[in-house]
Ligand binder design. Structure first.
Ligand code: NAD
Ligand code: UDP
Ligand code: UDP
Length: 319
């Protein structure tokens, strides 16, 4: 990473008050960087960054990335975007704007400054995949007009913009396709499967399984994921991706629910609800490229990651 200023490296994290953004900021500060966190607090929460207030190397700016931003930084991580289906479907037009206008503004900023820029893309660019496991060369199977399209197509268009800024303006872009990630600081009511099932189990409620629970996902613990973000950003100007980042161990949703019940205990049972429209039936990353280009693979198993996440939500519910 080059430096535009004098002294410490200054890093912009958009979406920094969210689940992944706040973990990323913790790691950047730990290694000595200065951090500018930009967030409009749509799904993020100040409680995720409360512990950083007063740190002289941390700064928070309430701002919507759909609008231009003029700051001086040495690297940009663009994470701003609601990530859970409930949140991104709440105001779908705003979701597309955030992905597309947000990308244009952050790319314009990176171009003016001549600094590397990381994009938090997603496995959703593969849609309901016909190729399994998903490799980066697969173009995907996405419905352009369904209820998930605001997120999927927004992120796909953002990838297009990142690669066009790379080709047209020589920008050093780093596009990561993130697969399902979980851990402490997920929003308690964001409806994603890991947080939903843990919170239901802790409250003694029935666990909601959408469809018959045979659909699969592969769950990565947040600390593993953030390690890959840092390696990717520091990978030098020859590595642009897209690179899949995720845990390749695949589970059915029913297996996940049964594991959570076994851990939390109690007498809760599973109830079946209708499968939402366009819900992908299977998902598992091929991470050969991450292994080869970043020397990265996840280390934390679901068992261990779930224990940490359950402990977090136990405390959150008690607050
Ligand atoms: P999150 O909802 O916790 O965080 C997103 C953050 O972006 C929030 O703090 C929110 O307030 C902020 N934000 C939303 N719109 C904004 C705007 N217009 N301007 C400024 N800030 C805005 O979600 P997360 O799980 O931390 O996801 C972070 C990024 O990673 C997202 O881009 C998401 O698409 C991507 N991602 C996450 C996962 C996952 O499993 N967690 C998987 C794939 C991709
Ligand atoms: N932009 C920004 N901060 C900057 C530079 C640009 O927010 O420091 C925005 C700018 O408002 C523009 C977008 O990024 O809308 C794209 O910038 P670019 O220079 O690529 O395009 P142009 O300004 O020529 O449309
Ligand atoms: N899901 C479920 N019960 C829930 C929440 C989600 O069975 O309470 C299912 C959902 O239908 C999907 C999978 O779990 O098949 C993962 O959902 P999530 O919203 O976490 O992420 P995504 O669908 O974006 O991968």
């Amino acid at each position: 990473m080059k430096r535009t200023g004098y002294g410490r490296r200054r890093v912009l994290v958009t979406g920094g008050a969210g689940f992944l953004g706040s973990h990323l900021i913790d790691r950047l500060l730990e290694r000595g960087d200065e951090v500018l966190c930009v967030d409009n607090l749509f799904t993020g929460d100040k409680s995720n960054i409360d512990h950083l207030v007063g740190n002289p190397r941390f700064e928070f700016m309430r701002h919507d990335v759909c609008f231009p931003l003029f700051v001086e930084v040495d690297a940009i991580f663009n994470l701003a975007c609601p990530a859970s289906p409930i949140h991104y479907q709440h105001d779908p037009v705003q979701t597309t704007k955030t992905s597309v206008h947000g990308a244009i503004n952050m790319l314009g900023l990176a171009k003016r400054l001549g600094v590397p820029i990381f994009q938090a893309s997603t496995s959703e660019v593969y849609g309901d995949p016909a190729v399994h496991p998903q490799v980066e060369s697969y173009w995907g199977n996405v419905n352009p007009i369904g209820i998930r399209s605001c997120y999927d197509e927004g992120k796909r268009c953002a990838e297009t913009l990142f690669f066009d800024y790379h080709r047209q303006h020589g920008l050093d872009v780093k596009v990561a396709r993130i697969f399902n990630t979980y851990g402490p600081r997920m929003h308690i009511a964001d409806g994603r499967v890991v947080s939903n099932l843990i919170v239901q189990a802790l409250k003694g409620e029935d666990l909601t399984i959408y469809g018959d629970g045979s659909q699969t996902r592969s769950f990565c613990y947040c600390d593993d994921l953030i390690e890959a973000f840092l390696l990717f950003m520091d990978s030098g100007p020859g590595t642009h991706g897209p690179i899949n980042i995720g845990n390749p161990i695949e589970f059915t949703i029913r297996q996940l629910a049964e594991t959570i019940i076994a851990k939390v205990g109690g007498t809760t049972k599973l109830v079946q609800l209708p499968l939402p429209q366009d819900d992908p039936l299977q998902r598992k990353p091929d991470i050969s490229m991450a292994r080869q280009k970043l020397g990265w693979e996840p280390k934390i198993e679901l068992d261990q990651g779930l224990d940490r996440t359950i402990a977090y939500f136990k405390q959150k519910i008690a607050e």
